[in-house]
Design a binder for this molecule. Structure first.
Ligand SMILES: *[C@@H]1O[C@H](CO)[C@@H](O)[C@H](O)[C@H]1NC(C)=O
Ligand SMILES: *[C@@H]1O[C@H](CO)[C@@H](O)[C@H](O)[C@H]1NC(C)=O
Ligand SMILES: *[C@@H]1O[C@H](CO)[C@@H](O)[C@H](O)[C@H]1NC(C)=O
Ligand SMILES: *[C@@H]1O[C@H](CO)[C@@H](O)[C@H](O)[C@H]1NC(C)=O
Ligand SMILES: *[C@@H]1O[C@H](CO)[C@@H](O)[C@H](O)[C@H]1NC(C)=O
Ligand SMILES: *[C@@H]1O[C@H](CO)[C@@H](O)[C@H](O)[C@H]1NC(C)=O
Ligand SMILES: *[C@@H]1O[C@H](CO)[C@@H](O)[C@H](O)[C@H]1NC(C)=O
Ligand SMILES: *[C@@H]1O[C@H](CO)[C@@H](O)[C@H](O)[C@H]1NC(C)=O
Ligand SMILES: *[C@@H]1O[C@H](CO)[C@@H](O)[C@H](O)[C@H]1NC(C)=O
Length: 696
């Protein structure tokens, strides 16, 4: 158990374990190593113990276990296999609990001695499964084996290694000494494959989010370099993509972005205004080999010859372009949304080392005219689970989606779109939007009532979606509300998220409805999993606009682990939502105060002293790097979530971030009571986006 939680009697950490060999994935149990640190991310998998994902050993520790095992001289025997997995249990991300370090350290993990049914968690779903009486199996298999340097009993100086029967009378004696049932005393037991535990325990509280400011540029997207390195790509709204190296935490160094050397500059193609600009950036999963990457941006057909897609308001969807009211002076479909492919194939060297892309567009994936000037999402993401490209598309704008596009099955507006950029169109399946294939398992690929690109529908303006890096098939999307409610949806294939029949879970009454209405009874709307009412946020613009973030999977702040982070664009407010219990679909949401680390490479705010609430400006977006660390991308720069101790926030589990410790003399600052500091200054992008992401 983690020290400071013992008084509550409940321990602690919601976590995910990507543990080799096993079915157990996540649950409410403290991921903790024997040295009381949070497990680290394994680079690849451990040669001997095999653990990958998150584990308590690095390659040095793994080699030490291998030497220890070799010295026992039991390799290749049935007992040897059991002893190997027992020795390797120190690499298990739950090792700290399996070896009950906070009571008395053990030399073997608690061996499951129950044949009863324990709560095991698989793929986020609670599942009951028999836990074999592993302890008895170990006894039966190893009781007569002499094991030099045995972990089961203390060494007897000089004498030959004892057998288990020299020390214990029976399996009962042995398992009373070394066994334990899952959940017994709140601790998990080791069943030979993984940690089995009682799912009823609770996660540690997240008392606040500690930030450091790494850069002062304003960006809309951060994409980790697909080569797995500590580099990231960032793009601004105007049309430039930069590649930057993320400094190690605790190094005191800022993010190095060379503003004069963009990776790609398409500002000439991009229409930059209000909600328009370079809105999405996604790297092909095989980028390191093929150099392919994709951008999503807005263009103006009066300015660019390639800006010439079909209008989203067309006869297929029952929309008459001549009846579109001019919005902000624009002609219907003057502005268009584009997905274009570029390449980083270098004339010499591999794409992975390229510091500049070829400025010429390789292939136009999609061009589609927009009915109005707002609500067109624009983010693009590749799914690690299926390899397809997802486009987050808003309802196309104006107030209350007058043409009911988000519920129109033939329209791409108000949808999450899923396409195959490794394929070309076949037959008439793409309805003229561009050059891509339709994944065979798209939910409506064979339904003639639907556009086959549709993955999910009923969105107003999905503003920042993310796949959970711990559960790559989970897609979270924040959907900006109209007049009352901001929501977060957990998006499933074929799901209908309700807009504009519903805003949140409340009926929405449209101001105008030339496109007709959809009745609530005709859709099976999936309610949001998280969200907030406009009345719940306090800001100086009289409105709210959600910015979706990430499920936090880094060990840098163990108290945020497993929580979905999101924020309001204007309100200097952030929240963390934890699915509880796992697999239930129910989320406990808590407001998440934040403060600035005293060791921030760039002061968070000129006026702010160490550890006071930073004014972040407008929170445009979030990012996640290859180490799983999470960033806030705001009008004032790039902020990384760091060890909560650096801001004086309590977390009973130590950060796994290297070289961090509370700065001397740092005083606790909950941040919670501090007044909201309105953004004093805003970049041009901030001002432009301001009216924009608003409902209007
Ligand atoms: C981790 O190990 C599991 C089980 O062998 C395997 O299915 C998975 O692909 C591995 N993941 C990585 C990233 O190597
Ligand atoms: C992971 O290991 C590979 C090969 O051993 C190495 O090239 C790469 O740099 C490592 N990555 C990190 C983040 O250490
Ligand atoms: C493994 O971790 C130990 C400390 O736990 C550290 O001393 C050692 O340098 C690490 N080895 C590698 C290869 O990272
Ligand atoms: C290992 O076992 C083999 C045969 O089982 C034996 O010949 C050898 O001496 C043992 N080595 C040690 C170091 O105990
Ligand atoms: C399992 O071990 C615990 C702890 O030693 C003991 O109290 C319990 O009786 C054992 N249960 C079984 C079924 O052996
Ligand atoms: C902000 O960025 C500009 C140029 O990108 C740089 O000249 C300036 O020093 C930065 N300010 C801080 C506080 O780092
Ligand atoms: C980039 O280079 C790779 C490897 O040579 C090749 O397979 C790929 O087709 C190239 N892509 C482009 C867009 O030129
Ligand atoms: C697509 O092609 C099929 C058969 O080739 C035809 O039945 C269908 O009407 C076409 N759809 C559209 C939208 O043209
Ligand atoms: C749509 O619903 C609204 C609100 O109930 C109603 O005022 C309007 O007349 C309806 N429009 C159509 C075309 O049915």
């Amino acid at each position: 158990m983690a020290p400071s939680a013992s008084s509550t009697g409940a321990v602690l950490l919601f976590a995910i374990a990507a543990v080799l060999l096993l079915a157990v994935r996540d649950g409410h149990c403290a991921q903790l190593c024997m040295d009381s640190t949070f497990p680290r991310t394994v680079n690849g998998s451990l040669t001997f113990c095999g653990y990958n994902g998150t584990a308590c050993c690095n390659s040095t520790d793994d080699a030490a276990v291998q030497r220890q095992f070799a010295a026992m001289n039991i390799s290749g025997t049935p007992c040897g296999e059991l002893v190997k997995s027992i020795l390797c249990a120190r690499c298990n991300p739950y090792a700290g609990e399996l070896f009950t370090v906070t009571t008395s350290p053990r030399t073997v993990p608690r061996l499951c001695n129950s044949t009863g049914v324990a709560s095991r968690l698989s793929g986020g779903k609670a599942a009951a499964a028999a836990v074999t009486d592993y302890c008895t199996t170990v006894w039966d298999t190893c009781k007569a084996v002499r094991i030099p340097g045995s972990p089961f009993q203390p060494p007897r100086g000089g004498a030959a290694a004892p057998t288990l029967t020299d020390v214990w009378q029976s399996s009962g004696d042995f398992c009373t000494a070394l066994g334990g049932a899952p959940g017994g005393g709140g601790a998990p037991c080791f069943d030979g494959e993984s940690a089995a535990f009682d799912a009823s325990r609770v996660a540690p509280p997240a008392s606040g989010m500690c930030l450091e400011r790494l850069g002062n540029g304003s960006y809309l997207n951060m994409a980790p370099h697909p080569d797995g390195s500590n580099r990231v790509f960032l793009n601004n709204q105007a049309g430039k993509v930069f590649v930057a190296t993320v400094p190690a935490q605790g190094s005191g160094k800022p993010l190095q972005v060379d503003a004069a050397m963009p990776f790609l500059d398409i500002t000439d193609e991009v229409h930059f205004d209000n909600e328009f600009g370079l809105l999405g950036l996604a790297f092909h999963p095989e980028f390191a080999k093929n150099g392919r990457f994709f951008v999503s941006y807005s263009c103006d057909k009066t300015q660019s010859a390639s800006c010439s897609g079909r209008c989203a308001c067309n006869s297929d969807v029952g929309c008459d372009p001549s009846k579109l009211t001019a919005d902000n002076g624009a002609q219907p479909c003057q502005f268009q949304t584009v997905i274009a492919e570029y390449t980083a194939n270098a004339s010499s060297g591999s794409p992975a080392t390229a510091t500049a892309a070829n400025p010429a567009e390789v292939r136009r994936i999609m061009t589609m005219g927009l009915p109005f000037t707002t609500h067109h999402g624009g983010q693009i993401l590749f799914s690690k689970a299926d390899g397809y490209l997802y486009l987050m598309m808003g309802d196309g704008g104006s107030v209350g989606d007058p043409w009911n596009f988000a519920q129109n099955k033939k329209s791409l507006l108000g949808k999450i779109i899923r396409i195959d950029v490794n394929a070309l169109p076949t037959g008439n399946s793409t309805a003229g939007w561009g050059n891509y294939g339709i994944p065979k398992d798209n939910p409506f690929s064979t339904d003639s009532k639907f556009a086959p690109e549709v993955f999910a529908l009923g969105f107003k303006n999905p503003w920042r979606c993310s796949f959970d890096s711990g559960k790559p098939s989970d897609l979270y999307c924040a959907d900006v509300g109209q007049s009352s409610y901001e929501e977060v949806d957990l998006v499933i294939k074929g799901g209908n998220y309700g807009w504009r029949v519903l805003e949140g879970t409340t009926a929405y009454l449209p101001l105008a409805s030339p496109g007709g209405n959809t009745s609530a009874a005709d859709i099976d709307a999936i309610p949001p999993v998280m969200g907030y009412a406009h009345s719940a946020v306090n800001n100086n613009v009289g409105s709210a606009s959600i910015t979706g973030g990430y499920v936090y999977r880094s060990g840098t702040d163990p108290c945020l682990a497993g929580r979905y982070l999101y924020a309001d664009l204007y309100a200097q407010s952030a929240w963390a939502g934890l699915e509880s219990p796992p697999g239930s679909g129910a989320y406990d949401v808590t407001p998440l105060p934040f403060a600035c680390s005293g060791r921030s490479p760039i002061p968070c705010d000129a006026a702010a002293a160490r550890s006071t609430l930073p004014s972040l400006g407008y929170i445009f977006s979030f990012g996640e790097d290859n180490a799983g660390d999470v960033y806030l991308l705001t009008s004032k720069g790039v902020y990384r979530v760091v060890d909560p101790a650096e801001c004086g926030y309590a977390c009973p589990i130590k950060s796994s971030a290297p070289g961090t410790s509370p700065p001397p003399g740092s005083s606790p600052s909950g941040g919670a009571a501090a007044a909201v500091v309105p953004a004093a200054a805003a970049t041009m992008a901030a001002l432009l986006l301001m009216g924009a992401l608003l409902a209007l």
